[in-house]
Design a protein around this ligand. Structure first.
Ligand code: PGA
Ligand code: ZN
Length: 424
């Protein structure tokens, strides 16, 4: 039974405030959780509530969410059975009363929702992944490691595409996959240095070199994979998150790095060429969040070969995912709990994708804390892959380290998803 809920304002990995909630149960069990925050946020995401007070954290303070929890939400949820996640989340949804968490903010509700789940797991004497899923069937995800950052995560002359990721799906275990990825990361660093590029990193820990095209990073990464002693394609796949909504203006895609403006059809041609020339397994947000026609073209062109993940397109929202399934747009969904605001709604989005044979890739945000909820969540939901940044920066690495702990704790029951972790 929930006895009290308290919240505080803490900092995220970008030095912006975020909400941390702390739940205490009558049995004495106690847990906390913190909300992450995106930079390339989709326009259809649930609202993130901030104070907007000028002169304080540039308006980004979260005293309002904290006060909502300390004076209202906490009282409302006192007495609830923490194990009844659906009832807790239903109360949060009702208290907010809007479709996109406009009143409370998804950053407010999610911190509470995750802390309740974690407290319930603690009370039951179970690990979070065991509590959220079937403890007999943990599935360790392929770590989708974002080793080269561009777009709004790199904020200088990087590529237009936001993320270049490696997927060590050929490894026998999660621990080995993580080692392979880290070795490739270091090989890439040495190679960039050799070429005279900066090895400064972006928001998600990947390098942010001032490359001259959006294709050049793929050549750099292929070389780094080989230098580290691995085989592109059979052992290591490559994924892209262009986050194309961020360079979509007036119905066209503006590739600043290359001085080109492309139509959706031209973007699709480019992706088809890239998928033919490189071992690309995933393209996320290849087209913009409301460019359903462009998305349909892309799905028709390469949806049989490449996992096409909708992030800004679907925003972890079942209504939008249902439309994608109905219209044959994309074949996988990015799952970001703070895009929707409660654990229950996040689970619903994962289940909807899985029941329709779609992929579900759980994801961090570019602004993170050391909270490892998504690591346990992805194991419990058996989503097969998780993207949570480079093997660098504490807030990214902590998720991967949590997966090492889970793999060890799960012992014989554990399985590494490998190539089967992808729908294509
Ligand atoms: P964001 O980026 O957290 O800044 O939105 C992550 C992504 O686009 O996948
Ligand atoms: Zn994305």
């Amino acid at each position: 039974t929930i006895q009290s809920i308290r919240a505080r304002e803490i900092l995220d990995s970008r030095g912006n405030p975020t909400v941390e909630a702390e739940v205490t149960l009558a049995c004495g069990a106690h847990a906390r959780a913190a909300s992450p925050s995106g930079a390339s946020t989709g326009v259809h995401e649930a609202l993130e509530l901030r104070d907007g007070t000028p002169g304080r954290y540039n308006g980004k303070g979260v005293q309002r969410p904290v006060n909502l929890i300390n004076h209202g939400i906490g009282d409302r949820l006192t007495g609830f059975d923490a194990r009844d996640q659906q009832a807790v989340d239903r109360a949060l949804i009702d208290l907010d009363g809007t479709a996109n968490k406009q009143n409370l903010g998804a950053n407010t509700t999610l911190a509470v929702s995750m802390a309740v789940a974690r407290a319930a797991a603690t009370a039951e004497g179970r690990r979070l992944w065991e509590y959220l899923g079937d403890p007999a069937e943990p599935l360790l995800p392929v770590p989708m490691m974002n080793i080269l950052n561009g777009g709004v995560h790199a904020n200088w002359q990087g590529p237009d595409f936001q993320e270049y990721l490696i997927a060590p799906y050929g490894a026998p275990t999660f621990a080995e996959a993580l080692r392979w990825g880290a070795e490739i990361y270091h090989a890439l660093k040495a190679f960039l240095k050799e070429k005279g590029y900066s090895t400064g990193v972006g928001d998600e820990g990947g390098f942010a070199p001032a490359v001259s095209s959006n294709t050049e990073p793929l050549d750099l990464i292929v070389e780094a994979i080989e230098r580290a002693g691995y085989t592109p394609g059979t052992q290591i796949g490559i994924a892209l998150d262009p986050a194309s909504s961020s360079f979509y203006h007036d119905g066209a895609y503006e590739l600043r790095t290359e001085g080109l403006t492309l139509t959706a059809a031209e973007m699709v041609d480019r992706y088809r060429d890239l998928a033919g020339a490189y071992p690309i397994v995933v393209i996320e947000d290849g087209l913009a969040e409301d460019d359903w026609d462009g998305w349909r073209l892309l799905t028709e062109a390469i949806g049989d070969r490449v996992e096409l993940v909708g992030d800004d397109l679907f925003v972890t929202n079942v209504t939008r995912i249902e439309r994608g399934i109905r219209e044959g747009v994309a074949n996988a969904v990015l799952i970001k709990p703070n895009q929707i605001g409660t654990v229950t709604e996040t689970i619903a989005a994962v289940r909807l994708a899985q029941q329709n044979g779609w992929g579900a890739m759980v994801s961090h945000r570019s602004g993170e804390t050391v909270d490892t909820f998504i690591a346990d969540f992805t194991v419990a939901m058996r989503t097969g892959h998780l993207k949570t940044g480079a093997p660098a920066r504490g807030e990214r690495v902590e998720k991967y380290n949590q997966l090492l702990r889970i793999e060890e704790a799960a012992g014989g029951a554990v399985r590494y998803a490998g190539r089967a972790g992808f729908v294509r």
